[in-house]
Design a protein around this ligand. Structure first.
Ligand code: AMP
Length: 195
């Protein structure tokens, strides 16, 4: 199988990954897929939907095998329905891979060209952003401060090691406290420089 040309939007919960992914994905020749959105679209009466509620409600990751399986089915559906045309468009992923094991499993499916690391050292600012979003978007996992702190701890322990996995050459760190349009500008400049 040919690997999909891929850009990763990476960063802690609340750093603006979804906003950047959605905006980039609205441009021609980019296709955005947010793993959290794939989970949220599940019927909560199914086994997988229940697993998502259970793990996300604790601020933890859904087990890797379930996650990758779900993601593969979704991407294949998008290719089959021509929403994602891999020969024309680059894949913009946010929220996946979320740990080193997922990255290893996905290595034969995605050709990662850049990892945009949305950096925010101020954890309290992230907590505030998540709480605001919880009210606005009805996101249960972000309504409870204890769960938010667990989500941030999960990011530190399991997701951050991905920076080392992909290595300095692929990582482009961006200050996530800038306005969304400045962050987007940096992402687009970096993609353009790649040629
Ligand atoms: P997000 O919207 O990306 O913050 O994801 C919300 C929740 O969905 C996370 O806290 C996890 O429980 C689950 N989730 C999303 N993406 C993944 C992933 N790649 N691996 C495991 N769990 C995930």
């Amino acid at each position: 199988m040919k690997r999909y040309k891929t850009y990763l939007i990476f960063g802690p919960p609340g750093s603006g990954k979804g906003t950047q992914g959605t905006t980039l994905g609205s441009l021609p020749q980019f296709f955005h897929c947010a793993c959290g959105d794939v989970f949220r679209s599940l019927d909560t009466r199914t086994e997988l939907g229940q697993a998502f509620i259970y793990f996300s409600g604790k601020g933890e990751l859904v087990p890797d095998d379930l996650t990758i399986q779900l993601w593969k089915v979704r991407i294949n559906d998008c290719v089959r329905s021509h929403h994602f045309k891999p020969e024309l468009a680059a894949l913009v992923l946010d929220g996946i891979p979320r740990n080193v094991r997922q990255a290893e499993i996905m290595q034969d499916m995605i050709d990662v060209r850049k990892v945009f690391h949305l950096h925010c050292a101020d954890r309290e600012a992230l907590v505030k952003r998540l709480q605001r979003r919880a009210l606005k978007d009805n996101r249960l996992d972000d309504a409870n401060e204890e769960v938010i702190r667990e989500r941030l701890a999960t990011y530190e322990a399991l997701s951050k090691p991905l920076l080392e996995f992909y290595g300095e050459k692929l990582i482009h760190t961006i200050d996530a406290t800038q306005t969304p349009v400045k962050v987007l500008g940096e992402i687009i400049n970096a993609i353009n420089q790649e040629g």
